[in-house]
Design a protein around this ligand. Structure first.
Ligand SMILES: [Fe+2]
Length: 350
């Protein structure tokens, strides 16, 4: 349908840059490969000074369902099988608190802990029982820029709610896009340590990573500082997607950008801002990857390829500013993890 490519890469090959900028923590020569086989993106935890207003927005307007509220935190689910897909936590400034991925069972969690040690990464907690709603068994550790990663299994089951029905509400998370100060280091960490595969590049500005048949569950955007770019929620069909946009319109919320359809991933998009100014997206119809047949491509960053329908136009300065966010302090990293220091705005290093 499209001829977007300027370069063709076989499989999960290196991106358009030089051969990766990842300074592996610890002693990678001892590492036996990825620490786990990630099954899916479970949930994201966001810190915000407007957690109460945001929780109301995600319930009343966005279409998620609160599962628990406790001490200023709220956990919300979609209609899919995850116990919760979003945690909102009170804090002084916007920040990404945690990204959670599913793994298969306890043995995989325990194996992940052992393999993390081979990479020179010590879990910040676990392996063991997880605190908080949904429980489960897992472990938590920092990524190369101090983001907190959780691998979990045995999280409490919930009954999927009317996924093919009338309510135009999210099924769950579709993807999280993260701003990075070093896209090669981030890409290398998530492919080499976490075992994700590269689906596509958007020049040397964005890289799209998958952990299952969805074209991407995580994407990185080269930026001036580490922060959350946006969180995307899966609508079960393009009809749900459009009716969801309609419901937001009735709440006085118009898209910051969209509706449209992206080239990389072929997914529909419509971006909004939550009460804290964080960018959230409705999406649907993401491309499905046949693992042995997929060819990684490098897309040119042209208006017709980022907006295939020609309906959305280029992103405004406002949405780009919101997607840049503010520098995220990340999770404190103990010295002993050996993770490389990360550049911060102003030239400082954490
Ligand atoms: Fe997105």
């Amino acid at each position: 349908m499209h001829d977007p490519v300027t370069t063709l890469h076989q499989g999960a090959a290196q991106g358009p840059s030089a051969q990766g900028g990842f300074s592996a923590p610890g002693t990678p020569s001892r590492a036996s490969g990825p620490v786990a086989r990630l099954r899916s993106l479970r949930s994201v935890s966001l810190a915000t000074p407007r957690s109460v207003e945001s929780a109301e927005f995600y319930r009343e307007v966005w279409g998620l369902t609160p599962m628990e509220c406790d001490g200023g935190s709220t956990w919300l689910r979609g209609t899919g099988p995850e116990h919760h897909v979003l945690e909102l936590r009170a804090a002084e400034q916007n920040a990404l608190r945690k990204i959670a991925f599913a793994v298969g069972d306890r043995r995989e969690v325990d194996t992940a802990a052992r393999r993390l040690a081979e990479w020179g990464i010590e879990p910040l907690s676990g392996p063991g029982g997880l605190d908080g709603p949904g429980g489960g068994y897992g472990l938590r550790f920092p990524d190369v820029e101090g983001r907190l990663i959780e691998l979990s299994c045995e999280v409490a089951a919930v009954t999927p709610g009317d996924p093919g029905g009338l309510p135009a509400v999210p099924r769950g998370l579709a993807h999280v896009v993260l701003n990075t100060v070093d896209i090669d280091a981030a890409c290398d960490f998530y492919t080499q340590v976490l075992g994700m595969r590269i689906s596509d590049w958007s020049e040397h500005q964005m890289v799209f990573l998958r952990c299952n048949s969805d074209h991407h569950s995580i994407a990185f955007n080269q930026a001036q500082w580490t922060s959350l770019n946006h969180v995307a929620y899966e609508m079960t069909s393009i009809d749900h997607f459009m009716r969801g946009i309609g419901r937001l319109k009735h709440h006085g919320q118009v898209p910051l950008w969209g509706p449209g359809r992206h080239g990389p991933g072929d997914n529909t998009f419509s971006y909004f801002a939550d009460p804290a100014g964080l960018v959230c997206e409705y999406t649907s119809e993401v491309a499905q990857v046949e693992e042995d047949a997929w060819l990684c491509r490098t897309w040119r960053r042209t208006p017709e390829l980022s907006d295939l329908w020609g309906t959305a136009g280029p992103p405004s300065v406002d949405v780009r500013t919101r997607m840049a966010g503010i520098p995220d302090p990340g999770h404190p990293r103990p010295e002993r993890t050996g993770l490389p220091a990360v550049s911060r705005p102003g030239g400082g290093r954490s």
